[in-house]
Design a protein around this ligand. Structure first.
Ligand SMILES: *[C@@H]1O[C@H](CO)[C@@H](O)[C@H](O)[C@H]1NC(C)=O
Ligand SMILES: *[C@@H]1O[C@H](CO)[C@@H](O)[C@H](O)[C@H]1NC(C)=O
Ligand SMILES: *[C@@H]1O[C@H](CO)[C@@H](O)[C@H](O)[C@H]1NC(C)=O
Ligand SMILES: *[C@@H]1O[C@H](CO)[C@@H](O)[C@H](O)[C@H]1NC(C)=O
Ligand SMILES: [Zn+2]
Length: 358
């Protein structure tokens, strides 16, 4: 049955869901949730692992790669065998830049949201349940500002080191937290450290998730490494490296769009992200969330959410939110017709998105 929800009805629905959020009802943060709780037992009920491949469960955080010859060929371990199976590693359209941030939300995230808003850019946030329950307001802001939420597990443990039951607990607790706060049941997930193999894939698929990795090592910004012993020199060097990668790609985009990996974790990773966004203009890339780059009108398991498309970044829009009327390189003030066209498209997309299948 098709039901049309007005924006008001959507807000009421989301507010009602949000009212059910109780941070005390979640397991301890940053630990693999126990599998003997009432909730996890309920989630495991009716799930059969009979068709889940039995493969070596690894150790290490993250696990080190053994010699290739020691890994079963059917394991298809992304990080150690460069084997993606059907994971998403690219955006389908050449010249698009799937912008993703992992490990949040954190108290540093709003500064990033301000920059994304100032540049009219939408991203996908792969959120950690442990951070969601401690930063619920930031999560709500991400949704309110048209960003796309996806799962990055509860405790950020490498999934190939966990049992099938523990993987379920990691994903379902995170799913519940985001659902209770926003009303959205997430549909995409990214394994911490990219650590996924055919056993983990089979379990996450049972829970309805689609796996999103990133486009090769070159598009992993390694921004989190900047936090230890941070200096302006290391930051600007990292920005230059990633800018060059984006510009090289933009000059010759080939057959697919790219997906980058950044983190909304530390002030330095936020600053890194802020400096990188304007590079999209120079590299002639169209920045999009994963939902948008995949053209998925139903980016959540319970249907569409108010995901807004990102209009092409305007030349001269490399501001950081503190100067929203910054002049463009050609003297334009950055508020040309593109903005209005973009807003209209956004409004139309939201209206379309509110056509829910009940
Ligand atoms: C779950 O198991 C742990 C030990 O493994 C135990 O301490 C705890 O009481 C158990 N919880 C429930 C709800 O059974
Ligand atoms: C924002 O940009 C302005 C100039 O464009 C600069 O002076 C300011 O330091 C920047 N602020 C941050 C937080 O990056
Ligand atoms: C300046 O840039 C804007 C935005 O792209 C564009 O619409 C306009 O035509 C440009 N003007 C000139 C003189 O190049
Ligand atoms: C800047 O853009 C606004 C909105 O489109 C327009 O009304 C205004 O005239 C522009 N100012 C300049 C100096 O171009
Ligand atoms: Zn992560």
């Amino acid at each position: 049955m098709k039901t049309t929800l007005s924006t008001l009805a959507w807000t009421v629905l989301v507010t009602a869901a949000a009212a059910q959020f109780n941070p005390a009802a979640f397991p301890p943060v940053n630990e693999v949730p126990p599998i003997n709780s009432t909730e996890v037992k309920e989630w495991l009920k009716g799930l059969s692992f009979a068709d889940v491949p039995v493969l070596p469960v690894h150790t290490g955080n993250p696990p080190a790669c053994p010699a290739l010859a020691q890994i079963p060929a059917n394991q298809c371990w992304w990080t150690c065998q460069s084997c993606p199976a059907d994971d998403i590693e690219t955006c389908p359209t050449p010249g698009t830049w799937g912008l993703t941030f992992d490990d949040g939300p954190t108290p540093n995230t709003p500064a990033l949201l301000q920059t994304l808003k100032a540049n009219n850019v939408k991203a996908t946030f792969f959120v950690m349940g442990s951070n969601v329950v401690r930063n619920a307001e930031v999560l709500k802001q991400e949704v309110a500002e048209g960003h796309h939420l996806a799962s990055h597990t509860w405790s950020h443990h490498p999934l190939t080191t966990l049992s099938n039951e523990q993987i379920v607990a990691e994903l379902k607790w995170t799913e519940k937290a985001v659902m209770d706060i926003t009303g959205h049941r997430m549909k995409y997930m990214r394994p911490p450290y990219g650590d996924i193999d055919n056993r983990v894939r089979a379990v996450v698929k049972k829970l309805g998730y689609i796996v999103v990795d990133w486009t090769s090592d070159a598009y992993d910004s390694k921004d989190f490494a900047l936090n230890a012993g941070f200096t302006e020199a290391t930051l600007s060097a990292a920005v230059t490296t990633m800018s060059n990668t984006l510009k090289t790609y933009g000059a010759n985009p080939g057959a697919k769009g790219i997906i980058t990996l950044e983190h909304d974790l530390y002030p330095v990773t936020i600053e890194f992200a802020k400096r990188l966004i304007p590079v999209a203009v120079e590299a002639k890339l169209k920045v999009q969330s994963i939902a948008e780059c995949l053209n998925d009108a139903s980016p959540y398991q319970n249907g569409a959410g108010p995901i807004q498309p990102s209009p092409t970044i305007k030349p001269g829009s490399g501001n950081n939110g503190t100067q929203p009327t910054q002049k463009g390189p050609n003297g334009s003030n950055g508020s040309n017709g593109l903005v209005k066209a973009g807003s209209l498209v956004a409004i139309m997309a939201i209206s379309t998105a509110l056509l829910l299948t009940a």
